[in-house]
Design a protein around this ligand. Structure first.
Ligand SMILES: NC(=O)c1ccc[n+]([C@@H]2O[C@H](COP(=O)([O-])OP(=O)(O)OC[C@H]3O[C@@H](n4cnc5c(N)ncnc54)[C@H](O)[C@@H]3O)[C@@H](O)[C@H]2O)c1
Ligand SMILES: O=P(O)(O)OC[C@H](O)CO
Length: 334
């Protein structure tokens, strides 16, 4: 694959993933919205707001101009908030070509449509499914920024395309595994954010590790139930994009979703918690779209349902604990 890689989004993960690509050998052109951030990447090779203390490789440049980012790019990486992607792609669509491969780093489900990000890319970008790749796994951007070893999943319906992208991001500290289960990998990435909100709430209320482990495990059960109904491979949920990402996100103070949940558990309103969160906490929006997806397919997701009720201001976190504990008893695997 020749040509540079275009990365849309200079937030935490867009920047850290650009560093991986550049470390492996690609020239990377990042598109960013704020001119000061673009100038900082070009002149100082840093992005202090999102990846403080990280010296970015010189092979990374930045631009405000989407045409300049896309011109000659063979691979286009998308790392913008899930809820803005459709509008972003509508703007960029006239600049896209019909050979480019699109890599989604996003972990959300679209509000209103309940579509996965790969589906939004296909619809809004006019991209056929064979050219869409999803990267997801336990990949907290700030740890990747320190080049700490981590693994991830690179999923595409076409193995050869997944392998191409995998080669581009196989760094000594970043180990990609390929998969053809796009549905499972995307659901794992989106639902774990909602489970991390629930775990964060438990922590914020002062509950301990038994409670947190119970939420994580039953959250995985909900994710698998939805995934199986939508045709995902059950093996995916015991892998990096499933249980791997659940553990990282639910247990780490670096997770925005986890931290947001802690604030709610301590009694803050969604507005107060949002005011303290500078970066994207995808689960806050995706809890509603995942719940809608589950209802459409007749899948029960009590943790997602309760997180949605808290986020909507209809229920208090301490009430959620009582509701979950008083559900009818049943067999674990049902
Ligand atoms: N940060 C991580 O550790 C991490 C790891 C894996 C996956 N992800 C996922 O990657 C995606 C991006 O997350 P992030 O951490 O980089 O988020 P971020 O909040 O750090 O950055 C988001 C970026 O999107 C830009 N943006 C905001 N509103 C926009 C708009 N209306 N149009 C275009 N751009 C806009 C911001 O300027 C910023 O550059 C999310 O779906 C997230 O779940 C994040
Ligand atoms: O900070 P969060 O909660 O968006 O999680 C970051 C990554 O998705 C972890 O893999």
């Amino acid at each position: 694959m020749s040509g540079h890689v275009a990365v849309f989004g200079n937030g935490s993960w867009g920047t850290a993933f650009s560093m991986i690509l550049a470390d492996v050998g690609s020239d990377v052109r990042i598109w960013g919205r704020r001119p000061e951030a673009v100038a900082e990447i070009n002149e100082r090779h840093t992005n202090e707001r999102y990846l403080p203390g990280v010296a970015l490789p010189e092979a990374i440049s930045a631009t405000n101009d989407p045409a300049a980012a896309l011109d000659g790019a063979r691979v286009v990486v998308l790392a913008v908030p899930s809820q803005t992607l459709r509008a972003n792609l509508a703007d960029w669509r006239p600049l896209l070509d019909d050979q480019q491969i699109f890599v989604s780093l996003m972990k959300g489900i679209e509000l209103g449509t309940s579509k996965r990000m790969s589906e939004v890319i296909q619809e809004a970008g006019g991209v056929d499914p064979e050219r869409v790749v999803v990267v997801s796994g336990p990949n907290l951007a700030k740890e990747i920024g320190r080049r700490e070893p981590a693994a991830s999943v690179v999923a595409s319906p076409t193995t050869a395309v997944a392998e191409e992208v995998s080669r581009l991001c196989a760094a000594r500290y970043f180990r990609p595994y390929t998969s053809t289960d796009v549905v499972g990998v995307e659901l794992g990435g989106a639902v774990k954010n909602v489970v991390a909100l629930a775990v964060g709430m438990a922590e914020g209320m002062g509950l301990g590790d038994n409670s947190k482990a119970s939420i994580i495990t039953r959250g995985l059960a909900e994710t698998s139930r939805l995934g199986l109904r939508l045709g995902a491979d059950p093996v995916t949920f015991s892998g990096l994009a499933g249980v791997g990402d659940l553990i990282a996100t639910c247990m780490s103070p670096l997770s925005r979703n986890h931290s947001f949940g802690v604030r709610l558990g301590r009694g803050m309103t969604v507005e107060e918690a949002t005011a303290e969160t500078r970066e994207t906490a995808e689960g806050v929006k995706s809890c509603r779209s995942i719940l809608q997806l589950a209802r459409t397919h007749g899948v029960e997701m009590p943790i997602v349902e309760n997180v949605d009720a808290v986020v909507a201001g209809e229920r208090r976190p301490d009430h959620v604990a009582d509701l979950l504990m008083s559900r009818a008893r049943k067999a674990e695997g049902s």
